[in-house]
Design a protein around this ligand. Structure first.
Ligand code: KMH
Ligand code: ZN
Length: 275
């Protein structure tokens, strides 16, 4: 089995300081949370950014400010900026971080319910996002909340509409209104990806660690972080993203799976090494 790649989704667009005071909004707070996650063992940081008051934004300038500041303290980390943004944002708004030419970015693979809201990712939108990533040599992380999302993006890759092999999938399970975070559902998705692909499992809320453990045992990778879950255990708020990453590291240790550094993760994902 390859080493385990841990992604920290440190901020997200929906969670607030009212829910957990450690949720980062300012550049300094985002840097603090990225560093805590990387120091604990995360090779990748999945990045959303906020205005100082917590409002989610896809502003290119704000992303640049945060990315530059994170690289100052975590020079090797793989950053995966979000092109999902927050529900209701336009496609153009969401695509702004791709103008900074990150090595990776998320590409959401279909429309779905998202709690009480609808997260819109129509096929024309996905074709635009795929074209942008093809033209700028950005490796997508394909965010799949449903089996239909996976099927859609595999068909688009066959047509050359989005970047193809080797593909990296993130199976986000347990979003209210989408596929539940169960082991059979994870297996169903993993069994449908092409050979040579890599994959990550993200369990939402109380499923963060119950999905992480089987993913580690199955040879997949794991995402945790405030975007997905605010608790270290039932009733105990995590004080930092680092605490959530450290728990994954402990589970992986028990299961005999070593942790990948960012350099090792670049190799596993087929990214160019840093010079
Ligand atoms: N904030 C969610 C609506 C992504 O980063 O690409 C979408 C999301 C996915 O977080
Ligand atoms: Zn996200």
């Amino acid at each position: 089995m390859e080493k385990l790649i841990i992604t920290a989704a440190i901020c997200g667009a929906e969670v607030t300081k009212e829910q957990n005071p450690a949720v980062p909004y300012t550049v300094e707070e985002i840097v603090r949370e990225a560093k805590s996650a990387v120091d604990a063992g995360a090779a990748i940081v999945h990045l959303h950014v906020r205005e100082d008051d917590g409002t989610p934004t896809q502003s290119k300038a704000r992303f640049k400010e945060c990315i530059d500041a994170i690289y100052k303290v975590c020079p090797d980390v793989i950053l995966i900026p979000s092109t999902g943004g927050a529900v209701g944002m336009t496609a153009e708004e969401r695509l702004q971080p791709t103008e900074l030419f990150p090595e990776m970015a998320t590409l959401d693979c279909g429309t779905c319910n998202f709690g009480d809201e609808v997260f819109e990712n129509t096929m024309p939108m996905m074709r635009d996002f795929g074209k942008r990533m093809l033209e700028n040599n950005i490796k997508p992380e394909y965010e799949c909340f449903e089996m239909g999302h996976l099927d859609t993006v595999l068909t688009m890759a066959k047509k050359g509409q989005v970047p193809g092999a080797p593909m990296q999938f993130n199976f986000v399970l347990g979003v209210p209104g989408c596929t539940p975070a169960t082991v059979p559902n994870l297996c169903w998705l993993v069994n449908a990806i092409p050979a040579g692909s890599t994959w990550t499992a993200t369990g939402i809320g109380r499923h963060a660690f119950t999905l992480a453990a089987p993913a580690i045992a199955m040879g997949g990778n794991v995402r945790v972080g405030f975007e997905d879950n605010l608790y270290l255990e039932r009733g105990v708020l995590a004080k930092s993203n680092g605490e959530l990453v450290a728990k994954v590291v402990r589970i992986a240790k028990e299961l005999g799976r070593p942790i990948a550094t960012s350099a090792e993760a670049r190799e596993i994902l087929g990214l160019k090494p840093l010079k």
